[in-house]
Design a binder for this molecule. Structure first.
Ligand SMILES: C[S@@+](CC[C@H](N)C(=O)[O-])C[C@H]1O[C@@H](n2cnc3c(N)ncnc32)[C@H](O)[C@@H]1O
Length: 201
């Protein structure tokens, strides 16, 4: 898996672009209410850099050292510090609380998707936000990017089942068709799931 992602990121350009994901940008007011944000599966750092530029204390977790090298270099160019965790999400155990956790297009296999929501909510401070965007299973019918394997796509009802049992309010959970323009890997109409949770306790 790490080799797969390292190979994709082994290029001079930013494969998902340098601008933040639109859904993260649109909801950045929620993130800016507090200080400390964790970006899961953050890759080359487009969201992390955007949030660090806005003065947040940012931590980025990813399995790809190639992506994280690019993130670190770009952070230096922006004169911002981003704490880096080079690990698989499967090995990560939240050891501190964050005001927000964000995640865009972290393609996990079905058995690990539940773990992503559980660990993210566990890592949130009370009232903290989890904001994320994933490709839905319907993305299999689109040619705008993402895995061509249902195992790595998300089902909105599975997410609902999981998050209903967590200590959080569901502020948004919707499957939408949007137009992506993210680097050269996410281009065109796409079926995504957008989610905002708020930790309750
Ligand atoms: C499609 S890219 C998205 C990168 C970034 N979130 C963005 O939107 O630009 C998926 C990212 O998830 C990371 N990743 C995939 N599986 C992972 C895992 N099990 N643990 C940690 N990172 C993982 C990859 O290394 C890659 O950076």
């Amino acid at each position: 898996m790490q080799a797969f992602w390292n190979e994709k990121f082994q290029t001079n350009h930013f494969i998902y672009g340098e601008a933040p994901n639109n859904f993260i940008k649109e909801n950045s007011d929620l993130l800016l209410q507090a200080k400390k944000v964790l970006c899961l599966g953050e890759g080359e750092g487009r969201n992390a850099i955007f949030l660090a530029d806005k003065g947040l204390e940012v931590e980025a977790l990813d399995a790809s050292d190639v992506a994280l090298f690019k993130l670190r270099k770009r952070a230096k160019e922006h004169y911002v510090f981003i704490k880096i965790r080079h690990t698989l999400l499967e090995y990560w155990q939240p050891d501190t609380l964050y005001d927000s956790v964000i995640c865009t297009y972290l393609h996990l296999a079905k058995p690990y998707q539940k773990m992503l929501f559980e660990k993210s909510v566990e890592a949130l401070a009370p009232q903290g936000y989890f904001i994320a965007e994933f490709f839905s299973e319907s993305q299999i019918h689109f040619e705008s990017g993402g895995p061509k394997d249902l195992t790595f796509l998300y089902d909105v009802n599975d997410i609902l089942d999981t998050v209903t049992n967590l200590s959080c309010k569901i502020l948004k959970l919707a499957q939408e068709v949007v137009t992506l323009n993210e680097g050269d890997k996410h281009i065109g109409r796409a079926s995504v799931i957008r989610i905002i949770l708020q930790k309750t306790a």
